[in-house]
Design a protein around this ligand. Structure first.
Ligand code: SF4
Length: 329
């Protein structure tokens, strides 16, 4: 029996090279929604360059490891578990609804639609006639860890809120289906470690800027997110389309390794954990300036650390034109 390590073997199976892969239509994904905030110029959401690499078929230099596959699997199990319960409760309408947005070449899949047949009055849920109950969309998300919990669940000093990239995705769905009589989408969150639960109601809302320009923005539990708009998200899809047609590599939206001053500032503002900061401090040592290399303990934007093309983007790709400096390790 001790000649087989079952976990190790399974991990290797998950990480194996897929020998048979099929070309897929170059659609954009709602999970890759991204935008530039009008007022601040800040980029939020998925990296445009990462989408570009996927669409032109660059081989993934940093494919998901076994740990990532287990995380996907747990996320899928949470979604399947909840959908089964909604079926038992009699509120399920449809799940895994695929759609294609021809105008913006976006294809996606909605986790679930439920019929809102229960209404809470005076603290008690009561049923209303099915034909008077609106259908609403649901996007299920799972999370874990200190920073995600603080962001989603909130604490004494800050309100909880959906993760930004996930809100862009749910808002994209909500806006799309608002034209089909669906009043909004719920984002249902469940923590994989503490099993804390939280939901947010995302409703597309038309706002005006300076009394003239109209923008459709997400209202989340009554609060307008003024830095997000469907127009800005669509503009990013348009830029991606343009980059593909012109064969032009988009600029990086995120940074793989912050310089020392940025790491120190983020650590001081509780944006970096002590264990990561300690590992980064230990790892900072002189290295050969002629060698372009990444260090596993460098600290940067999380989008880069989860990116399938990290090595290609920052190290292999000479087109990138930017060197990692000694200061960044
Ligand atoms: S490594 Fe970072 S900047 Fe490069 S494509 Fe990925 S997310 Fe974008």
């Amino acid at each position: 029996m001790d000649d087989i390590n079952l976990i190790e073997l399974t991990d290797q199976f998950l990480e194996r090279d897929r020998t048979i892969t099929e070309e897929r239509l170059p659609h954009f994904y709602p999970s890759e929604a991204r935008q530039i905030c009008e007022e601040t110029g800040e980029v939020i959401g998925h990296c445009l360059r990462a989408s570009y690499y996927r669409l032109i078929g660059i081989e993934r230099t940093d494919p998901p490891n076994a740990r990532a596959y287990y995380i996907f699997m747990l996320g899928n199990l949470v979604e399947a578990f909840l959908i089964e319960r909604w079926k038992e409760m009699g509120i399920w309408e449809q799940d895994n609804v695929a759609f294609y947005d021809r105008e913006y070449n976006v294809s996606g899949k909605i986790d679930c639609f439920i019929r809102s047949v229960f209404v809470k009055r005076d603290g008690v849920y009561r049923m209303r006639p099915r034909n008077q109950s609106p259908i609403i969309g649901v996007e299920v998300k799972s999370f874990y860890g200190y920073y995600a919990t603080k962001e989603i669940m909130g604490n004494q000093s800050q309100d909880g809120r959906p993760k930004t990239n996930q809100l862009l995705q749910a808002f994209y769905y909500a806006e799309r289906y608002s034209h089909r009589g669906i009043p909004g989408f719920k984002m249902a969150y469940l923590a994989r470690d503490s099993v804390q639960r939280r939901e947010f109601n995302v409703v597309p809302t038309v706002t005006s800027v300076g009394g003239e320009v109209q923008r459709t923005r997400p209202r989340v539990d009554g609060k307008i997110f003024g830095n997000i708009s469907i127009e800005a998200i669509r503009e990013s899809y348009r830029l991606l389309d343009q980059a593909l047609r012109a064969d032009t590599l988009p600029a990086r939206d995120y940074i793989r390794a912050y310089d020392k001053a940025t790491v120190e500032a983020k650590y001081a503002a509780d944006g970096v954990s002590k264990s990561k900061y300690d590992a980064w401090t230990r790892a900072r040592k002189p290295c050969d300036p002629n060698v372009r290399r990444m260090h596993k303990d460098s600290i940067g934007d999380w989008q880069c650390s989860y990116c399938n093309y990290q090595q290609h983007c920052w190290v292999d790709n000479d087109e990138a034109g930017e060197e990692i400096t000694l200061d960044q390790i």
